[in-house]
Design a protein around this ligand. Structure first.
Ligand SMILES: Nc1ncnc2c1ncn2[C@@H]1O[C@H](COP(=O)(O)OS(=O)(=O)O)[C@@H](OP(=O)(O)O)[C@H]1O
Length: 291
């Protein structure tokens, strides 16, 4: 691991391009408002998609924010350096994103009424997406071979630590009806249905017409064209989309194009062992590699 590119925060690896000790202290001391909405994800699980969706849902489908504000300022990451710079420009209800595990949320979050939407994605597709991201992002170490990256992923020696720890921390969150769990796969399969769930959860009462408009704006092909959301504003020497676009494929199951049967078996057995006793079921549980 290259020194200087990463820092450790409570044992979690974070990229210094976006996080400093000051930004992490800022996140810890952040004053959460009851009306805040947090989009929570393990990296590569659909964060950018939710940074498009949630402002639209909260604004009744008004396209202005997603057409004029880059996603990182529209729904800033709580733990990143930019939040302190843009938070005063957010209108209420504020939408914020975070990759933090539950226990590292700001102290004021736990006593607030803020809502959370937690998006989980098949960890195999998360790993594939992350692998390609490491190839195009110059501020991250080269991922090495797929085999080497899988080893790091399963050991949690990747951004924000182990996928299993992150998912479990938020599944055990004591938040009652303040939290909505959804999967990337459900969103991909039925975006309209997901939007209705978000609208109900956030009390937005969106019309079917508004939901149609939001679904149109948020579909992969349209988001890919939106310079406020496709990371094309980031200079190529920082994110090189010729190596891999940020909005890369946007599908479920791309892992089947990357894993050998042996890798799939090893990956599944490590994840299953770490999720044992959780009694969680996910849409991808019945999939296996076809040989
Ligand atoms: N609209 C839409 N539909 C379907 N899929 C989408 C959409 N927007 C983003 N994506 C896909 O999400 C993956 C990136 O994840 P994140 O946005 O969480 O990345 S990050 O954590 O913010 O770096 C990345 O997945 P992969 O394509 O598998 O690499 C993106 O393509």
């Amino acid at each position: 691991m290259s020194s200087g590119r990463y820092l450790l925060h409570h044992g979690l690896l974070l990229p210094t391009v976006a996080h400093t000790k000051e930004s992490l202290k800022y996140a810890q001391d952040f004053h959460v408002e009851d009306t805040d909405v947090f989009v929570v994800t393990y990296p590569k699980s659909g964060t950018t998609w939710m940074q498009e969706i949630i402002p639209l849902v909260l604004n009744g489908g008004d396209l202005t924010p997603v057409q004029t504000i880059p996603n990182w300022d529209r729904v800033p990451w709580l733990e990143e350096t930019r939040t302190a710079l843009v938070v005063d420009h957010l209108t209420s209800p504020r939408a914020l994103a975070t990759h933090l595990p539950y226990q590292l949320m700001p102290a004021s979050f736990f006593s607030s009424k803020a809502k959370v939407i937690y998006v989980t994605r098949n960890p195999k597709d998360v790993m594939v997406s992350s692998y390609h991201f490491h190839k195009m992002a110059s501020f991250l170490d080269d991922p090495g071979t797929f085999e080497e990256f899988m080893d790091k992923f399963l050991k949690g020696k990747v951004l924000f630590g182990k996928w299993t720890d992150h998912v479990k921390s938020w599944r055990h969150a004591d938040l009652g009806d303040r939290i909505l769990h959804i999967t990337y796969e459900e969103m991909n399969q039925d975006l309209h249905g997901a939007l209705r769930r978000f609208s109900d959860f956030l009390g937005c009462n969106l019309s079917e017409e508004a939901i149609d408009g939001i679904a149109h704006q948020c579909c992969f092909n349209n988001m890919r064209k939106n310079s406020m959301s496709n990371y094309s504003l980031v200079p190529q020497n920082i994110m090189d989309s010729s190596k891999s676009p940020f909005l890369r494929k946007g599908i479920s199951g791309d892992w089947k194009n990357h894993f050998s049967p042996e890798q799939e078996a090893q990956f599944s057995s490590v994840i299953a062992a770490e999720m044992e006793g959780e009694s969680l079921s996910f849409p991808w549980d019945l999939e296996c590699v076809c040989v």
